[in-house]
Design a protein around this ligand. Structure first.
Ligand code: NAP
Ligand code: MN
Length: 267
């Protein structure tokens, strides 16, 4: 066997760490190399924890094109494919190439300040909200058309993969990840004679960009949250959001079915 490298990352809790050591030993016995540090020429990244751990590893290593396998020691485990007691089955199936890769779309945002520009990426979603409890006012355009002056807590732009996360708690729709769309979901939109905002999600094709011009209020800034990771900004001129070419590759085994997963995790 050539030098086949597999990276393993695990949550800090002792259970996840025990699974990491056990899997490392089993993979080494099967002839794989398991380095302690991230190696870009690895053929697989195993993430032991919950969805949050997978999202953090993805961001930490810059959305690498290497497939991810999630082993669930977290609470929900929507991205996770196997249980810690399935390590032998995983290695057996993996060596035979009996798996599929699920390609998941991502969302990207460009935040323009006066002097500087920042890029963010999300597998689940990117959120724009205030950095305090005050409402935000966002002028939102879709494509070249001005759509609304949104007032409320903020807005969330999610991928199909992220539709089952925060988006779902906000009343957004669950979207099959085989579709290439983005969903914009309002967070506590205000609808009064003073302020008018859409109260439901809107769904966009992958070609359309969303442009946001936030209104600045004295002493308050904005928070851009990508997959739960917060980035504070005070002087935003414009935010552009859209579908990204970068895909995340998740390992799935033969029994995987998106709607079965939704049912078993939610109902
Ligand atoms: P967290 O607060 O621990 O996550 C909240 C829950 O969302 C966890 O149970 C997590 O699963 C689950 N989750 C994450 N991605 C999911 C997906 N694509 N489909 C279904 N459930 C998913 O924070 P975290 O673990 O770092 O995850 C970050 C995500 O939390 C954000 O991207 C956002 O979508 C979500 N979030 C949700 C709410 C809400 O529903 N009110 C509020 C803030 C953030 P695990 O238990 O396996 O980690
Ligand atoms: Mn979590």
């Amino acid at each position: 066997m050539d030098n086949r490298i597999i990276n393993i990352f695990a949550n800090e809790d002792s259970y996840s760490q025990d699974i990491r050591k056990l899997l490392r030993r089993k993979l080494q016995q099967s002839g794989f190399t398991v380095p302690k540090q991230f190696t870009p020429d690895a053929e697989l990244i195993v993430s032991i924890g919950g969805d949050g751990a997978l999202l953090r590893n993805l961001h930490k290593y810059g959305f690498p094109p290497i497939p991810f396998l999630g082993i669930n020691t977290g609470h929900l485990g929507f991205f996770q494919e196997i249980h810690p007691d399935e390590l032998d089955e995983f290695i057996f199936m993996y060596k035979q190439g009996r798996y599929n890769i699920q390609n998941l779309k991502t969302v990207q945002a460009t935040v323009e300040e006066k002097e500087k520009q920042y890029e963010y990426q999300g597998l689940n979603e990117i959120i724009i909200k205030g950095d305090r409890s005050a409402t935000v006012h966002l002028n939102i355009s879709i494509g070249n058309s001005f759509i609304e002056r949104f007032s409320g807590d903020g807005i969330l732009v999610c991928t199909p993969a992220g539709s089952t996360a925060y988006n779902y708690s906000l009343g957004g729709s669950i979207v099959d990840p085989r579709l290439s769309i983005l969903q914009i979901t309002p967070i506590a939109p205000m609808n009064t004679t003073a302020y008018r905002s859409f109260t439901s999600s809107v769904v966009l094709p992958k070609e359309l960009m969303v442009t946001i011009h936030p209104e600045h209020r004295e002493g308050s800034g904005f928070m851009i949250v990508a997959d739960g990771m917060e980035h504070k900004h005070s002087d935003i001129r414009q935010i552009t959001l859209g579908f990204s070419q970068t895909e995340v590759r998740l390992m799935r085994f033969e029994h995987y079915d998106f709607w079965t997963k939704v049912k078993t995790k939610f109902l």
